[in-house]
Design a protein around this ligand. Sequence first.
Ligand code: FES
Length: 297
Amino acid sequence: MPETLLGRVVRKQSWMEPLSEFVQKAVSGTFRFLGPPGRPLKNLLHGTFLLRHPLHPALTDVPVGAWTVGVVADFAAHFTARIPEAAGDVALIVGLLVALLTLVTGYTDFADTVGMERRFGCAHGLLMTLVVAIEMVSLGLRWWAGEAAHPVAVGLSTGAYGILLLGAWLGGHVVFGIGYSVNREAYLAGPVDWVPVGAASAVPETGMHLVEAEGTQVLLARLDGAICALADVCTHAGGPLHEGTLEGGVVTCPWHGSRFRLRDGHVVGGPATFDQPQLLVRETEGTLEVKLADPPL
Ligand code: FES
């Protein structure tokens, strides 16, 4: 299928690579600089804590909605005088306040992107940062430059809204076109019934062991005398969990460091926001069998 013109243009912008690397290092360095509070703060901004769902896309609705109202209110006030000019100003401020937090969550997510998701994420982030900058100038004009500058401020906000729509398209493409932040185990369908996966003796006393159950990669490891099983493909971006580390009953993904409880797959550290699917394990005459703990309906 031919790619859209915008997609082709972004794909060719190789100059974004060094910029992306610089921004990613700056973001990661900032969280490291914050010391012990850095990790929980990063988890909060990803959505791993509290929301347990990607936070950035949930926040984006607020500025998009507020600025849509703002542009309509600006024009309605200018051409009909049926609503006060302040209506557009208030919508701009509401959008701006949430947009600043949205930018922070977006940059946090961006720090763990690679390849084309990073290229399109960079284009998305640049446009959205530009929108926020223009809206801040517009707010400054409304606030300090007085009535005479109001039409210029409205013009700036209207232009920013056009850029916002372009940036929103790119953000949507990063998620729906490329699949960033989509749960990589969302379509896991089985095994629904018990499936043999080999001898219990093959699971080492320490470390992780990879098996396959009806096409599903399964990680096996021992915890407090019992054998636990999780789907091996990381929910964040598909990393092979069995190549990561296992320490204190927590599996750490080798790609971006998401952490999951071995006992039940619960995500305890981002950037992943979704739990890792758990499989039940039973042993019959020395042979291990597994099946999904929560099979799809
Ligand atoms: S693939 Fe990103 S943390 Fe596992």
